[in-house]
Ligand binder design. Structure first.
Ligand SMILES: Nc1ncnc2c1ncn2[C@@H]1O[C@H](COP(=O)(O)OP(=O)(O)O)[C@@H](O)[C@H]1O
Ligand SMILES: [Mg+2]
Length: 254
């Protein structure tokens, strides 16, 4: 059966789902940086991100974070609830890195005195500019109640993920999430959408500070998937293939 493609983005494709109100989220192997200036294909990235995101969303259910994930369908695809995406990239920062260090001259790796939430307007043409809460309210991208809910959820998600990754000897430096509106029984809920993966998080090895995320591609500092595989391995999603030194790690069946 030919799938009904609704949207193709930089890293994923959305297809119509089997039931009304559902979508299929397909993870591609494309890596992009600098707002599409740089693009490369890393064979297997989509497979790893699909599994990592599935695992993290499933774990977030255990602390009652509402989200769009329903189930994984195959190696690259997951069934999700269709939501009305709020056009904001919500960035949660624990340690200074990336644009924060460039914009404000703060040293990379410096622990922030408190968790910092930033909002970027999701618009590729405008290059996702940083916006204030006042911009969001003025232009109606979200209302005050929605913003309160988003920041509360973002901090709870952060608390959980910091603890989860620290047990894996990984520091969660910062990450980007998206939220959407879901309607059920005439009520509107704000739910976590999109993905959480090494494409959207900064993850450093706690001891060596080695980067295990997309910065490796942005900075051209190694083979991107080595870090992604390391994260998947520590999350229990990979079995080491011991038969041959050259063989690739295999995803655990599940
Ligand atoms: N549950 C959902 N319902 C509708 N749209 C979603 C949902 N989850 C994520 N999206 C949107 O699907 C797209 C995912 O593809 P991606 O390659 O990340 O696109 P982009 O290049 O726009 O970031 C994003 O635009 C994201 O906002
Ligand atoms: Mg995206």
């Amino acid at each position: 059966m030919k799938k009904n493609k609704l949207y193709e983005g930089k890293a994923k494709i959305l297809y119509k789902g089997s039931e009304p109100g559902t979508l299929i989220q397909h993870f591609k192997d494309n890596a992009t940086a600098n707002n599409n200036e740089k693009m490369e294909i890393f064979e297997g990235k989509g497979v790893i991100n699909n599994r990592i995101s599935e695992q993290l969303f499933t774990l977030l259910s255990s602390i009652d974070i509402p989200h769009h994930f329903i189930k994984r369908l195959n190696m690259r695809e997951q069934l999700i609830h269709e939501v009305e995406i709020i056009p904001l990239e919500v960035v949660i920062r624990n340690i200074a890195a990336g644009s924060l260090t460039k914009r404000l001259g703060i040293k990379s790796g410096e622990k922030l005195s408190r968790t910092l939430i930033e909002y970027y307007f999701k618009d590729d043409i405008l290059k996702d500019p940083l916006v204030s809460e006042d911009h969001i309210l003025t232009f109606g991208w979200a209302n005050q109640n929605e913003l309160d809910e988003i920041s509360t959820l973002a901090l709870r998600i952060n608390d959980f993920l910091v603890g989860y990754f620290s047990a894996l000897k990984i520091e969660l430096i910062d990450f980007k999430i998206e939220f959407g509106r879901m309607y059920k029984n005439e009520e509107m809920y704000i739910v976590l959408a999109d993905e959480i993966s090494p494409d959207s998080c900064r993850l450093w090895d706690s001891e060596t500070k080695r980067k295990l995320d997309k910065d490796v591609f942005r900075e051209n500092s190694g083979y991107l998937l080595d870090g992604y595989n390391e994260v998947a391995k520590r999350m229990g999603l990979l079995i080491e293939n011991k038969a041959s030194k050259n063989s690739k790690p295999t995803l655990v069946k599940g």
